[in-house]
Design a binder for this molecule. Structure first.
Ligand code: GDP
Ligand code: MG
Length: 225
């Protein structure tokens, strides 16, 4: 994937594809990366149309790649067909994109701790979200929606399509603090694609603390009815 360019020479056209469920911390990590590096970020929760949402999402990511070296494709991508759609639709317009999976590992044996962590985050997020408004909606209903994502979750399998299109898979843990996951993501990107970080100082531990803190204070700029 990504043509003949060596990973070390990659300086742009990288899409970060989280593979996750609700409340894993996708938006938190995305916003922290925006704050630290000025990269692009688009949330599926901000797509206002009902028809052709997948296409709108992919097209928006493609267009952000024109002005941003790295773009975070912020939706769950928890099923292979979503990954397939995103990778195919972006590759049609941008043939040299590298796709990096940000894989929030969901082993069946670990489902209970994952439920505990993601529910606690979503319920404490309350109404501070575009669609999942845990403060005013029935909590049982929100837990059902979250369960649906858990049950449909398909882990990354790079031995077959579509996940064999990933240039890199970064495994992270949905039960730990986003601060720690952010550090794993940055370290792995830095070691694989040093060119993305050329001509800049790497952030210090306190820069990472501040970026996650800032991300956790984020308020969406609109809410769906
Ligand atoms: P997403 O659904 O995967 O995008 O999850 P979010 O990034 O929105 O995180 C869900 C909620 O948990 C938000 O209110 C975040 O501010 C909060 N959150 C994310 N990471 C952490 C963390 O490491 N610690 C705590 N205490 N809250 C977090
Ligand atoms: Mg989110």
């Amino acid at each position: 994937e990504g043509g003949d360019v060596d990973s070390k020479d990659v300086v742009r056209n990288v899409v970060l594809v989280p593979i996750a469920t609700i409340g894993c911390g996708k938006t938190t990590i995305a916003l922290a990366l925006v704050k630290l590096f000025g990269w692009g970020h688009f949330q599926n929760d901000n797509v206002k149309t009902k028809k052709g949402r997948g296409q709108v999402f992919a097209d928006t990511i493609s267009s952000l790649l024109v002005t941003n070296p790295v773009v975070f494709a912020d939706r769950n991508n928890h099923q292979k067909r979503e990954r397939d759609q995103l990778i195919n639709d972006i590759s049609k317009t941008m043939p040299n994109v590298r796709f990096v999976a940000i894989h929030y590992v969901h082993d069946r044996a670990n489902f209970e701790p994952i439920r505990a962590a993601t529910r606690a985050r979503v319920l404490s997020r309350g109404d501070n979200h575009q669609t999942i408004q845990a403060g005013s909606k029935d909590q049982g209903e929100i837990i059902e929606i979250m369960e649906g994502f858990m049950h449909r979750f398909q882990p990354v399998d790079t031995s077959d399509a579509p996940d064999d299109h990933f240039d890199l898979v970064i495994d992270i843990d949905p039960t730990i603090e986003s601060r720690e996951n952010l550090e794993v993501v940055i370290e792995k990107l830095h070691s694989t694609y040093p060119g993305l970080f050329r001509d800049r100082e790497m952030p210090t531990p306190s820069d990472l603390d501040a970026a996650v803190q800032w991300a956790m204070e984020y308020q969406p700029d609109f809410k769906m009815d």
